[in-house]
Ligand binder design. Structure first.
Ligand code: PMV
Length: 325
């Protein structure tokens, strides 16, 4: 038997962050989160189920991957194979269209694209929200990459209801600019960073409380298309997440000197009347929520201020799609 599918998924940036797991095995989060899907960064993945293969193969950006990397993919594929009652090995060929200069993680788009292709080749035919409960177990943030626009990942009560739902298509002049501060692999992975924070940070309970309030507030602001509120809540939520890390033992931070310079520049631009708000993830790079119609002008101001750092514009991205089957 052979069966083939190819899928494309975009990455997403959380405006209300996911930071911490309550179940490491099932990737159940401590809090619900909300993101914006980005058009500029995506992954395309082909899956060929083939009885003639001896074991799974994983090729990423034209490089055959090590046994350790392939094992992670095998564990993920097994979730689908188990459900479908098959054991057929797969050849997975994946290409990341995330400019290396952007310094963005590609695990969200990668597992979303792989999950979509597996859903097809195994004939499981799950809807996107159900599929998101599988994709979640590849990478938490991937849960949200199945849909376009603003997307919520509800923490849920168990594996079956910790899933993504679309909130709004974000088709009201929204964009995001990434200022890459450092594109090297991060020193503390998000997995390790969140575990340390949950287990040791005195600030963590306060984070959980305010993440819940921020989520309600941002959903109201999105419904009202109140861009300023969406931006202010985004900025404050992201900083609170980074604050939890300073309260960990040992304390840690993803910030670099240039990060702070970029945040200062964004505040300065806002003081001049531009609508722009920053957020950051598990790394020193800064993402700036803005009006898409302002993005070229803002890009120029930022590029002039930081000539050595890549400054990349993205419009709002769409949900995962099958390209071939
Ligand atoms: O699921 P991961 O390992 O990509 O962790 C994502 C963590 C953050 O990017 C910091 C926040 C988020 O919600 O995407």
């Amino acid at each position: 038997m052979t069966n083939f599918a190819k899928a494309k998924a975009h990455t997403n940036i959380a405006l209300i962050k996911y930071w911490g797991k309550r179940d490491e095995q099932l990737f159940l989060p401590m809090n619900s989160s909300l993101s914006l899907t980005l058009d500029a960064f995506y992954t395309e993945t082909e899956v060929l189920l083939d009885d003639n293969l001896e074991s799974d193969q994983f090729i990423l950006n034209n490089d055959i991957q090590s046994l350790t990397e392939t094992k992670k993919i095998t564990d993920f594929l097994n979730l689908f194979r188990k459900q479908a009652g098959i054991t057929t090995p797969a050849k997975v060929t994946s290409q990341n269209f995330v400019p290396t200069a952007a310094g963005l993680a590609s695990s969200a788009s990668a597992f979303a694209a792989l999950g979509c292709a597996m859903n097809q080749v195994t004939n499981l035919n799950m809807d996107k929200s159900t599929l998101s409960t599988y994709v979640r177990r590849g990478s938490g943030s991937a849960t949200r990459s199945l849909f376009g626009g603003f997307v919520e990942w509800q923490m849920g009560t168990c594996s079956e209801d910790s899933l993504a739902t679309p909130v709004d298509d974000a088709n009201w002049d929204i964009g995001m600019i990434t200022v890459a501060v450092n594109t090297q692999k991060k020193t503390v992975s998000s997995r390790k960073g969140m575990k340390l924070t949950v287990e040791t940070s005195n600030f963590y309970p306060a984070w959980l409380e305010s993440a819940a309030t921020d989520l309600v507030a941002i959903k109201t602001a999105i419904k009202q298309q109140d861009f300023e509120q969406v931006g202010l809540i985004t900025e404050s939520n992201g900083m609170k997440m980074h604050g939890t890390m300073l309260g960990a033992t040992p304390p840690f931070s993803y910030w670099e000197p240039r990060t702070l310079e970029v945040l200062t520049k964004v505040r300065q631009l806002r003081g001049q009347g531009w609508q722009c708000y920053f957020t950051m993830d598990a790394g020193p790079n800064v993402k700036i929520l803005c009006r898409y119609s302002d993005s070229q002008k803002l890009q120029k101001f930022l590029q002039d201020a930081f000539p050595d750092n890549p400054v990349i514009i993205s419009k709002v991205g769409s949900g995962v799609e099958l390209l071939a089957k």
